[in-house]
Design a binder for this molecule. Structure first.
Ligand SMILES: [Zn+2]
Length: 108
């Protein structure tokens, strides 16, 4: 089975404030920065024991944006956010779920 991996991650030039994510398995999604920031999976944002989200929407700046994206091995990306938060590792499986739930699918 082919591992699902993003082949392209870049700002969506047609939709300000969103990230364009293209997958090797097909599909390009436009995901709002705000939603991606809200879905941060780190221990500061999500209670490790209960899995409940600690981070609230009202805690996030409406104009939050990524300052940088790093690859973590072949399985995740780490996003450095404009609010100085960078502890979240977005595993590709989770990133794809966020694309499907919070993003807009542009192409198959
Ligand atoms: Zn976090």
């Amino acid at each position: 089975m082919m591992l699902r991996t993003p082949t392209r991650i870049e700002p969506d030039s047609h939709h300000r404030g969103s990230l364009l994510v293209t997958w090797n398995t097909g599909g390009t999604f436009s995901v709002p920065y705000f939603e991606l920031r809200f879905e941060c999976p780190c221990a500061v944002c999500v209670d490790e024991k209960t899995g409940k989200r600690i981070l609230k929407r009202e805690d996030i700046s409406a104009d939050v944006r990524p300052m940088g994206v790093n690859s973590i091995g072949r399985y995740a990306i780490q996003i450095r956010w404009s609010d100085d938060h960078s502890t979240g590792m977005y595993h590709f499986d989770r990133l794809f779920e966020i694309c499907e739930s919070a993003g807009k699918k542009l192409t198959d």
